[in-house]
Design a protein around this ligand. Structure first.
Ligand code: ADP
Ligand code: ADP
Length: 224
């Protein structure tokens, strides 16, 4: 799925958070969004997902203008944001709708693809940070989103777990070719995972963000 932002701006109480942001992703591309804290990265992701609709400009998915929450978009946050009263399986499948779907089987399939077979009955408080984030990844993927938005998905994890989950993300990409927009502060992570990196510049509350570097790079992960 292709995604395009055309001159998207968002102001909070008169203060611009993002100003005239334009970029486009090709289908199957992984694009990194980098920039200092407060420069508007989360605001951009929230607007793409339709969690925030009070922006100016235009956001299109496959050339169609979007409005409101998008079912074709998966979202992964820095924290797993699991519901504590639901077990792993229930957390992964609660958003699944449709009579024809075998929720349990589908949940098991996606738990397997994130390396969590046999863990479906555990509750969030029984999981390590890395396991919980794997559940969040399965939950984001189980609805077969065509675009995956990731907001610093691995920054709260230890180095080893982070590497494991970066590899997991690439294996997911090779299976589904999901278009992804990845917000990260980790330049090595961006170089490893992304086809293209956009750097935003701005100061919280004062300067608006703008794209200052758009760099194409060959796929390091071509062999995956
Ligand atoms: P980043 O994700 O790059 O850290 P954000 O998108 O979270 O930046 O925030 C961009 C700017 O917009 C910041 O100055 C932030 O304080 C402001 N902002 C974000 N959300 C809100 C909100 N709901 N109300 C007021 N200001 C906000
Ligand atoms: P992130 O960790 O992704 O940068 P934040 O902690 O900046 O996210 O923001 C979390 C939530 O708080 C978001 O819904 C954002 O819109 C809101 N928010 C961020 N900055 C402000 C602000 N200055 N005033 C009010 N709400 C804000």
């Amino acid at each position: 799925m292709s995604l395009e932002l055309k001159e998207v701006s968002r102001t909070f109480n008169g203060t611009p958070a993002i100003n005239n942001i334009s970029f486009r992703t090709k289908s199957g591309e992984i694009v990194g969004l980098l920039g200092t804290s407060g420069c508007g990265k989360s605001t951009i992701l929230r607007s793409i997902a339709g969690l925030d609709t009070r922006y100016y400009g235009e956001i299109t998915i496959n050339q169609k203008r979007t409005k409101g929450i998008q079912a074709s978009i998966g979202y992964i946050f820095q924290e797993p944001r699991l519901l504590p009263w639901l077990n792993v399986m229930e957390n992964v499948t609660f958003g699944l709708t449709g009579k024809k779907i075998n929720k349990k089987q589908r949940g098991l399939d996606y738990l397997k693809s994130v390396g969590l077979s046999q863990k479906e009955k555990l509750y969030p408080k029984q999981l390590s940070g890395g396991m919980a984030q794997r559940v969040a990844i399965a939950r984001a993927l189980v609805t077969s989103p065509e675009i995956l938005l990731l907001d610093e998905p691995f920054s709260a994890l230890d180095a080893f777990t982070k590497m494991q989950l970066q590899d997991l993300l690439l294996s997911i990409w090779s299976k589904y070719q999901t278009t992804m927009v990845l917000v990260t502060h980790d330049i090595d992570e961006a170089l490893f995972l992304c086809d293209r990196i956009l750097i935003l510049r701005g100061q919280p509350g004062t300067v608006s963000a703008e794209i200052v570097l758009e760099q194409s790079k060959p796929r390091l992960r071509g062999s995956q």
